[in-house]
Design a protein around this ligand. Structure first.
Ligand code: FBP
Length: 261
């Protein structure tokens, strides 16, 4: 990893990444309760909130909409991604080159690695190409570090998540995005294992304001450097409210109660 604190996607050493690659990863089912969010422009609008330090999308959405938002949004181009229709061992084809991501205005790149999958070897090799090319453009590299595959019984156990952050550190990610391992202690272990790589918590499926903010709070208390969240923001009726609260919690160090107010 390299120091990335000067990057536009980092604010005071932390980052709030809004993820919107779900149309690919999960399919339109994620928009069932919020049909207007099927339209990417509505979520690009959400990403202009001050709390959002990077907006993670696939190449196609970046090409189509980013030109209208480049003054207000920092772009994180997700380099690989797969559909929910794929039924094989976890894998994620590379859909974009770093050269092209830079050309369309990326401030950072993101890459999923499914450690433990039968495709781990190829995924590590593909990550190497992306990571080294990103260095030429000075683009931070965010790893969606998701141990997953036939051999893994519990992909969010404390040791598995600590292994996930360590893998990200070992192979050169600047930021490791991992699932919450269930407790503050377990997150502390994951942060420790990550060394100088920043750890951000993955949002997960939508929960109540209190439950979501409490989990974010314990991740931050454990030393995480922010959040990479999708559904817990844009599946809400009022995404700006939860972003206001996240800004207080992550960047201004407020308590959950104060942030909720
Ligand atoms: P959420 O906060 O909605 O979980 O989004 C984070 C994310 O990593 C997305 O970038 C991605 O589309 C999705 O989760 C993948 O989730 P999973 O593979 O666990 O279904």
């Amino acid at each position: 990893m390299i120091p990335v604190d000067d990057s536009p996607i980092i604010r005071d050493g932390k980052s709030l990444i809004l993820a919107y690659d779900h149309g690919l990863e999960h399919g339109p089912v994620d928009f069932t309760d919020v049909p207007e969010r099927m339209d990417p422009e509505t979520v690009f609008d959400i990403a202009t909130h001050d709390a959002v330090s990077a907006f993670a999308v696939q190449k196609g959405l970046a090409e189509a909409y980013y030109p209208s938002y480049e003054d207000d949004v920092n772009l994180l181009v997700k380099m690989n991604g797969t559909s929910n229709l794929w039924m094989g061992e976890p894998d994620s084809p590379v859909n974009c080159s770093v050269d092209y991501a830079a050309e369309i205005g990326a401030d950072a790149v993101g890459f999923t690695v499914y450690s433990g999958s039968n495709h781990e070897v190829e995924m590590f090799e593909e990550f190497r190409d992306v990571q080294e090319k990103a260095r030429e453009y000075d683009l931070p590299v965010v790893m969606w570090s998701y141990p997953r595959g036939q051999g893994l019984k519990n992909d969010t156990s404390p040791n598995t998540i600590a292994y996930a952050t360590r893998i990200a550190h070992e192979i050169g990610a600047d930021i490791a995005k991992v699932k919450y391992p269930g407790s503050q202690d377990a997150m502390e272990l994951a942060v420790k294992a990550a060394g100088a790589t920043k750890v951000v918590m993955s949002g997960g499926s939508k929960t109540s304001d209190e439950e979501f903010l409490s989990t974010v709070n314990s991740a931050m208390n454990a030393g995480a450097k922010g959040l990479a969240v999708g559904r817990n923001v844009w599946q809400r009726e009022e995404p700006a409210h939860i972003l206001d609260a996240l800004e207080e919690l992550i960047f201004n160090g407020k308590s959950v109660e104060a942030a909720l107010e």
